[in-house]
Design a protein around this ligand. Structure first.
Ligand SMILES: Nc1ncnc2c1ncn2[C@@H]1O[C@H](COP(=O)(O)OP(=O)(O)O)[C@@H](O)[C@H]1O
Ligand SMILES: [Mg+2]
Length: 403
């Protein structure tokens, strides 16, 4: 790729996720931060039903008040998993006499989807098949971090302090709720947190002070997810978030923030609907008012946790802390945080453009590292099987013998 050719970057946002709206805002923050002299931005919007679109009108947030599919200048698009395509097929199902589909090569992809079908490894899997470098965590780290229960297990295995919890299955709750309540109360006292295992943005999260609320919140959470995490509530704690950037060779931690919650816990409203610009708008204190020892300790735990999940790219790692007692719990890892935590890096001295450059450089390095492994192992197994006939096909006419 010649040095002065602009890179074609596909920015993916929206998604079949309860955090669709947050992602549309994050996607626009990234597209607007891309230097037009160096990047040709291709907006890729996935709507709530999972339909993919591209087109210039998608760069205007006002467009989302209308029916995107019928907007002039908006076309259907697919990201081809076929390695020859290295990008998009625009208008894949052309209808009409002169309509035709076109290919559009992407040099790199920047996914900004939060939660299901985008932050959970599914989309990252498609990028791996297509062999296109992409910003952010890979398949494994995305899937592990997105599952609050599995993430807790992995972190515990690596000596990272996490809150005690237990997992319940929707079908077990539906079969025998009393047994589930008894099991929970045999391990935890109120207040108790109830969380869908793989969601985010506080959607479906409940804090129960009594059995009536406990049952009600489990009912809510099991409508949103087939697995639900039950955790003891860490009372008198403050929330501290730390962003990280890097990969297994080197990880950098940002300054810490303390988001302010006026409610019993940080709700969706508090996170996004206060100032009206995504995660950037919540009330927060930066840097968090902690001692330098505690600050460094939290930054180190954040880097160790990112390494433990084989993280690369970036993440925002959230903690529950009791500063007076020096007690720290890692609450969760967001591998595609709201606003990509750009506001935290700005306070750490990195501009949005620098964060984007760093993430794209990590994406290319990850692909180069992956290409050092071989995925080709030639054998004569097929010829051998052809000569012997496929097992289990005894007596069945193999295609060749039909003649
Ligand atoms: N065990 C806990 N003790 C106290 N507060 C908690 C606990 N777990 C979650 N919270 C509160 O609930 C909010 C949402 O929970 P979190 O696990 O971060 O889910 P989400 O992925 O939806 O953000 C947190 O920001 C915090 O305010
Ligand atoms: Mg959270």
């Amino acid at each position: 790729m010649s040095a002065n050719r602009r890179q074609t970057i596909g920015v993916i946002f929206g998604g079949r996720s309860v955090e669709h709206d947050v992602s549309v805002v994050t996607g626009h923050q990234i597209m607007n931060a891309c230097d037009p002299a160096r990047y040709e931005v291709v907006p890729l919007y996935i709507d709530r039903e999972g339909r993919w679109f591209t087109g210039a009108p998608l760069r205007d947030l006002k467009s989302y008040e209308q029916d995107i599919a019928s907007l002039t200048g908006v076309q259907s698009v697919v990201l081809s998993p076929d390695i020859r395509q290295h990008g998009l097929i625009v208008n894949p199902l052309p209808s009409g006499l002169f309509a035709k589909s076109q290919s559009l090569r992407l040099d790199v992809i920047f996914p900004t989807i939060h939660g299901s079908h985008g932050e959970d490894g599914t989309l990252q899997g498609l990028f791996e098949l297509a062999d296109i470098p992409y910003a952010g965590c890979g398949v494994l780290a995305s899937a592990v971090a997105n599952d609050k229960w599995v993430c807790k297990q992995v972190l515990q295995q690596n000596g990272i302090p996490v809150v005690d919890g237990l997992l319940i299955q929707r079908r077990d709750w539906e079969q025998d709720p009393d047994a589930i309540v008894a099991k929970i109360l045999s391990e935890f006292a109120y207040p108790i947190f109830i969380k869908p295992a793989t969601l985010g943005s506080s959607i479906g999260i409940g804090r129960a002070e009594d059995e009536k609320l406990l049952r009600a919140y489990i009912d809510v959470a099991t409508q949103l997810d087939r697995r639900v995490l039950i955790e003891k509530a860490i009372t008198n704690a403050v929330e501290i978030n730390c962003a990280v950037l890097g990969d297994s060779r080197q990880i950098r931690a940002s300054v810490l923030e303390q988001p302010i919650s006026w409610d019993q816990f940080l709700t969706y409203e508090e996170k996004y609907l206060r100032g009206g610009e995504g995660m950037k708008s919540a009330d927060r204190i930066i840097p968090a008012p902690l001692t330098s020892d505690l600050t460094e300790r939290i930054q180190k735990i954040a880097c160790d946790a990112f390494k433990a999940i084989d993280g690369r790219g970036t993440a925002r790692i959230d903690f529950l802390v009791r500063p007076d007692e020096n007690v720290v719990y890692l609450n969760e890892i967001n591998t595609m945080p709201g606003s990509v935590a750009l506001y935290l890096w700005r306070e750490t001295g990195m501009s949005a453009a620098q964060v984007i450059d760093a993430l794209l450089a990590l994406a290319r390095e990850a692909q180069a590292e992956k290409r050092r492994s071989t995925y080709n192992y030639k054998t004569n197994l097929i010829a051998l099987t052809a000569s012997r006939g496929v097992k289990g096909m005894k007596g069945a006419k193999s295609p060749r013998s039909s003649s």
